[in-house]
Design a protein around this ligand. Structure first.
Ligand code: CMC
Length: 448
């Protein structure tokens, strides 16, 4: 039988179509929930109740696997296609044509700066690079072998005590000052932590150099009368900083937003974000990649290592991503940047192992079926190591540029009328009420 043509929807049907009908089989009631941007509001589910006493339906989404926690106009990622854009500009174009400070301005303000705006911005950043002398002493108090990321996190938190006005998070001018301070000072904190673990005197900033040139000088300066930063290294760092500047709602950024939602000052919030970044599943992965490559030791051991990973005995660090189910576009650019760096530093001997891991993994059904591709951390560590950075310093090199993303996301959160203090719900799985038992009457029945 020929099917009847479906009548064209009337214009006002469109609004009705942008809804989700939900039937609660417990009660037989049907609800209509609006759909906006492919999303329903979890709070719209609270009306779904079995009776007046019922709290209402919640969603259960550990690790935010399918929950948008915010609306954001900063960074766009299409994980299936391997696309990354800051404020609409493809990461490939920014890495090739922009520089880190310009990209930072773009991420924070939404537009590329005019020449005058750029000059002013660059001046403000490059002239706030010094740390209070007492902060230097705070850093000097760390053990000689302290992890530089532990020093970084603590020092960023300590800054809030030097800038008490930063607590006025509702004042855009105060906020702007802290933003420039943080972007300016994180390379100095990082460089001091680097010199500390090497037992070298701290080197003060030189505001005549570029952002990355000054950073290299604070790291490497020894007895030279005039330090000239290596342009290849300075450029490579600049590109790496652009690639790491923001990555929408990752673990560290989510921490920044969650902590910042309590209206605490940005130094305290950022210390928390940096702590999240430190973990081996996040920004600490580049450190883990290098440890893994060193342990594999030789390219002939790669197949056996892959087999171990497939058996669940450890992960292939630097592979896989919650959002990218394709080659991470940053990893592609890093691979190219590595070639330029290796031309001046010589090839990192671990590169051969990394390339073989990638070659085998990209053909192996375990990785292919799970859409596990190299992420940003797979090759970045190889460049950092070729540039002479110790492995423990890698997460700090990630935290410097990510400062920009954290701050942009923090401001966006503060200006977003939808946001409130971040406070998830839980499904309570513990005991119902029970009466206190005095010490003498307790049976020793549970494991301590
Ligand atoms: N090696 C081996 N198996 C993996 C890996 C890996 N690197 N990553 C994911 N899998 C497997 C995992 O075992 C699971 O398999 P199954 O379905 O059989 O249980 C499946 O792939 C899905 O993994 P998942 O853990 O559910 O995925 P996730 O989205 O929760 O985790 C990730 C994402 C990045 C934490 C994870 O891929 C991982 O641990 N990668 C290694 C660490 C790493 O490189 N992190 C840097 C991420 S990029 C930069 C950044 O965020 O800072």
């Amino acid at each position: 039988m020929a099917s009847q043509p479906t009548p064209a929807p009337a214009a006002n049907d469109n609004a009705a179509r942008e809804t989700l009908s939900i039937t609660d089989n417990r009660t037989g009631k049907t609800y209509q929930v609006p759909i906006r941007d492919g999303t329903i509001r979890a709070m719209d589910l609270r009306q779904i109740k079995t009776d007046a006493e019922d709290f209402g339906l919640m969603t259960y989404d550990p690790a935010f696997m399918n929950t948008a926690s915010t609306r954001s106009s900063i960074t766009f990622i299409d994980g299936d296609k391997g696309i990354l854009r800051y404020r609409g500009y493809p990461i490939e174009q920014l890495a090739e044509k922009s520089n880190f400070l310009e990209t930072a301005y773009l991420i924070l303000y939404g537009e590329l700066p005019t020449e005058a705006q750029y000059k002013d911005w660059e001046y403000k950043i490059l002239h706030r690079t010094f740390l209070h002398e007492n902060i230097k002493m705070v850093m000097q108090a760390f053990r000689y072998d302290a992890h530089p990321m532990g020093m970084f996190i603590s020092t960023v938190a300590a800054l809030s005590t030097y800038y008490p006005e930063s607590a006025q998070v509702g004042d855009p001018e105060v906020r702007f000052k802290q933003i420039t301070r943080l972007i300016a000072k994180v390379p100095t904190i990082a460089a001091f932590s680097y010199r500390h673990i090497r037992g070298l005197p701290y080197v003060y900033p030189d505001n005549d150099l570029s952002y990355t040139g000054n950073f290299l000088r604070m790291l490497d300066m020894m007895t030279q009368v005039k330090y000239e930063p290596d342009p290849v290294k300075a450029h490579a760092l600049d590109v790496l900083f652009i690639l790491h500047a923001d990555h929408e709602q990752n673990c560290g950024t989510n921490a920044m937003r969650a902590i910042g939602s309590s209206q605490v000052d940005p130094y305290s919030a950022m210390a928390g974000a940096a702590a999240a970044l430190y973990g081996p599943l996040h920004g600490g992965a580049n450190e883990e990649v290098l440890k893994m490559l060193t342990q594999i030791e030789h390219v002939k051991n790669v197949p056996a290592f892959i087999e171990k990973v497939k058996k669940g005995e450890g992960r292939l660090m630097g592979f896989g991503h919650r959002v990218y189910k394709n080659y991470d576009p940053r990893a592609k650019i890093i691979k190219r940047t590595a070639d330029q760096v290796f031309q001046t530093t010589g090839v990192n001997p671990l590169l051969e192992i990394a390339l073989e891991l990638e070659r085998i993994a990209l053909q192996d059904d375990y990785f292919v079926s799970r859409k596990l591709y190299p992420n940003v951390d797979f090759y970045s560590g190889l460049i950092y190591q070729a540039m002479g950075f110790p492995v423990a310093f890698f997460p700090v090199l990630f935290a410097i540029p990510r400062t920009v993303g954290w701050l942009a996301q923090w401001v966006e959160m503060l200006n977003d009328a939808d946001q409130k203090i971040a406070r998830p719900r839980q499904i309570y799985t513990g005991y119902a009420e029970r009466a206190y038992v005095p010490l003498y009457a307790r049976a020793n029945s549970h494991a301590a």
